[in-house]
Each structure stands twice: as C-alpha cells, then as structure tokens.
Design a protein around this ligand. Structure first.
Ligand SMILES: Cc1ncc(COP(=O)(O)O)c(C=O)c1O
Length: 457
C-alpha cells in the first residue's frame, strides 16, 4: 500500500468539526437519517461528493480577481471558450451553472416523449432529466462493469452489441447516444479509447450524434494513459483531444475535473440544436456569454481545466483513491475492484447480507459510518435507483455506498481515520437494521427523503 506524493502544499486551512457519538446519533435522527439533510458543521470527514467540494489553487484564486463582470461579451467568457476549445473543439459552447443545467438545456431541445437515450450508465441527474421529459434512459454498460469483484481495467465501457441491437430496433426513437467518462454510477470506472472509438463508429452507421458526459474526463484520460496499450507515451492533453475528436457534443459539470466549486457547460456541433439551446439558456440560465455564472467563475474554470491535466496531479489523485480502497480491503471491507478515479465504492449488500434490499442496506451502512465516526458517504443503490417511472419500487442492480474524495482536500491521515471508523462498523455490523422511507419526492428522492429505522428488519 503506497500513499502517493501530492504535487502541492497547503496554503489555507479550515478546521474540521468533531462531535461525540451521542451528538452524532441526535444529529442523524434530526436529519431523518438522510445524510444529505445533515448540516456540514456536524460532519467530520465529508465524502458525500467530489462535486464542487475541491480546493482551488493559488492561480485560480488569482484568476477570480481578474473576472470581467460585463453582462455581455466579457473577457472572462473569451478565456473560458478559448481554453475549452483548445481541447474540446466544438462549434457551439454554452456556459451553465452546473452539470444538470447543461443536461436540462440539451434534453429540453432533443427529447420527445417516448424517446430513448442509451448511456453506459446514466448518472442520477441525467436519468432524471431524460425521465422528466417522458423519455427512457437505458443503461447499456459492459457486463464486466456489473461484476463487483472482477479486475477489468475499463469497467465503464459501453456494451457495443447492446448499442447496435438497440439502434437496429429503435433508431428512430434515439436522438443521441451518450457515454459517461468516467462512469460514476458504475463505480467511477473508466472507458477505454477503443470503446469510445467503436461507439462512435456505430453512431456514425446509424447517423446518431455521440455526446460525452465529461465530468471526469481528465481522470478517464489518466486511466487510458496508464492502462490502455499504445497510450503510455501520449500526453494527457493529446488523449483528451482524441477522446473529444469522436464526440459531436458534451455536457460538463466543471465542479469535478475543472477543480472549481460551481459551473458547467453544454456543447454541440449541430447548428439547429445550438439555436434552441441558446433560446432555453436565455430563458432559464442567463445571457449566452455567462450562462448563470459570474465572469470570475468562468476564469477559474479556464485555469482549472488546464491544471487538471497535470500528470503529477492525476497520479496523486488516482493513487490516493487506490490507497484508500486497498486500506479498506485490508481490514475486510468489500470494496468494488478495481477502484475508480474519484471514489471508493463499497458493496453494502455484501457487508450487510441480513438487510433486505428494500430495507436499503446502503442507507444502513452509510448511517452507521456517520454514527461511528462522523464520516459522510452516500448510498448508491435502491434509494437512488429503485424507484420506477410507474411509481413502483424494485431493488437496484447494485447496493453500494460511495465515498467520494474531494480534490486536493484530505490527506493520508483522514483516509486512515476513515479506515478505523470502518473497523468499528464491521465489529457491530450484524446488529445494524434497515430503513423505510416515510416521505419522498417524485424525482431524485434520495436528496430529500425522510427515513425511519425498521425495528425488526
Ligand atoms: C457523471 C455525472 N453527470 C452529471 C452530473 C451532474 O452534475 P452537477 O452535480 O454539476 O449538476 C454528475 C454529478 O455528480 C455526474 O457525476
């Protein structure tokens, strides 16, 4: 087990809250056993998400000061566009306040009721946006991706046979094909260049545009460099350029691989779609040269987009995730192998086999980690994906929890502390009970649902 060298040093620090176990029991009860409803001031180590939680660099803080806040045609917008275009040369690029806003802009233009969107695995907001517009979000990830214990280097790949079958049967209903890099919902697993190239060739055969959900494009590029034969000597920048050369558009949450706390964009080459996206943008987000962001945010994104491609940074980032996964596995935690780029995923059903899938073992495990050590994770299982469009519920394909590492925030001692917390949870795991949902919303229920412990589950 090796903890990687971080190619940066700390310049500003923020204290971490430390509560007693009794206080944590009270806080989680007040939060209705939903970790999203906890106050951050009651969380010791926050692995809820890697989205927007990273630390900006000195250069990014300096760029904020350069922000041009002109309503239209700001210098910051030109900086933003020219930086993106140097790696992702799309004809039309529109800023948006975050990834789901970009998804909303895209899907509100391309979707009609009954349309189908294939993706390796839809992230929850992507699925939510498709289903909100009465479309069907179809996951066609590779079979290796479904095997929690199998060591395949590119478990995020799309199943190209299933894509072809789907297009042969239903091409008229498919407005675009989407591929998510890395594949967050399947464990932050990367997609190979070969897979992206093959998916693009199939899309071309059926005359369908390929869009990349690109939140973690740089982490994906690092995996291509280190695991895909033929790419060892390529720079991260050239791998990124090749990945996007196969795409006709993209959605982006800059909160991940642009190392900022807010922002995103949607891009495409289709003029007619771009016109409609622009109309929607003006209506819902803002003028096309700022799209719901401040000028300074656009500058920070542009700087972050360049910084994230530093190979030494990516080595430390992906290496810290691997260290964390290995350390957890060494104390008996069933982690998903191999670890992905931004998070460690734990198989909650394997950990708590006595808890029924519809009593949410992932939620039980996540609550227990908070109670034992103030560690916040998130359930990625039946709570998140079990609700069906017709209102019924069925067990999700996987019942995992995710511990996502914010970028440039935590150090080795924070990861080691969390491993110790897991040890305590494993000691009492047979006594953990499941939960029932007592209040939920129609869409993305995991964010706001209220839970109640099941006394005799
Ligand atoms: C793969 C993927 N797509 C889309 C999104 C949505 O981005 P945002 O949270 O900025 O709306 C996320 C966020 O985690 C994601 O991981």
């Amino acid at each position: 087990m090796h903890y990687p060298f971080e190619p940066y040093r700390i310049k500003a620090v923020e204290p971490i809250p430390i509560l007693s176990r009794e206080a944590r029991i009270k806080r989680i009860e007040e939060a209705r056993y939903n970790l999203f409803l906890l106050k951050a001031e009651h969380v010791t180590i926050d692995f809820l998400t890697d989205s927007g939680t990273g630390a900006m660099s000195a250069a990014q803080w300096a760029a904020l000061q350069q922000g041009d806040e002109s309503y239209a045609g700001a210098r910051s917008f030109s900086h933003f566009i020219s930086t993106i275009r140097s790696y992702m040369p799309f004809k039309h690029i529109f800023p948006a306040h975050q990834g789901r806003a970009a998804e909303h802009l895209l899907f509100s233009v391309v979707m009609k009721p009954g349309f189908i969107v294939p993706n390796n695995t839809h992230f929850d907001t992507t699925r939510g946006n498709v289903e909100y517009l009465k479309g069907e979000a179809v996951d066609i990830g590779s079979s290796e991706g479904m095997q929690a214990s199998e060591e395949h280097p590119f478990k995020g790949n799309m199943d190209c046979d299933r894509l072809r079958n789907l297009l042969e049967k239903n091409a008229d209903l498919v407005p675009l094909v989407m591929i998510t890099v890395t594949d967050n919902a399947s464990g932050g697993q990367p997609v190979s260049m070969e897979n992206i190239r093959t998916v693009k060739a199939i899309c071309d055969e059926f005359n369908k545009p390929l869009f990349i959900d690109a939140c973690r494009f740089a982490e994906n590029a690092y995996f291509i460099k280190t695991c895909e034969p033929g790419y060892e000597d390529h720079s991260i920048e050239s791998i990124v350029r090749e990945m996007f050369s196969y795409a006709d558009g993209m959605t982006m949450s800059a909160k991940k691989d642009c190392l900022v706390n807010i922002g995103g964009w949607v891009a495409c080459n289709n003029d007619a779609w771009a016109q409609q996206i622009e109309d929607q943008l003006i209506l819902f987000e803002g003028f096309p040269t700022y799209g719901g962001l401040a000028g300074r945010d656009l500058d920070a994104i542009a700087v972050g987009l360049t910084e994230v491609m530093d190979e030494a940074y990516l080595r430390a980032r992906v290496g810290a995730v691997a260290y964390f996964a290995d350390a957890l596995e060494a104390v008996g935690v069933p982690v998903i192998r191999p670890p992905g780029g931004h998070a460690v995923f734990v198989d909650a059903l394997a950990c708590l086999p006595h808890v029924d899938a519809l009593a949410y073992p992932g939620q039980a495990l996540a609550v227990s980690l908070y109670v034992e050590g103030g560690v916040r994770s998130v359930e990625v299982g039946t709570v998140m994906f079990g609700k069906q469009p017709d209102g019924t519920e069925k067990p999700a394909k996987r019942d995992w929890i995710r511990l996502a590492l914010p970028r440039r925030v935590y150090t080795q001692s924070h990861l080691d502390y969390t491993v110790d917390v897991f040890k305590r949870v494993l000691e009492c795991k047979d006594n953990l009970k499941g939960f029932r949902i007592v209040r939920e919303q129609a869409h993305l229920r995991h964010f706001t649902a209220h839970f109640e412990p099941i006394k005799n589950s």
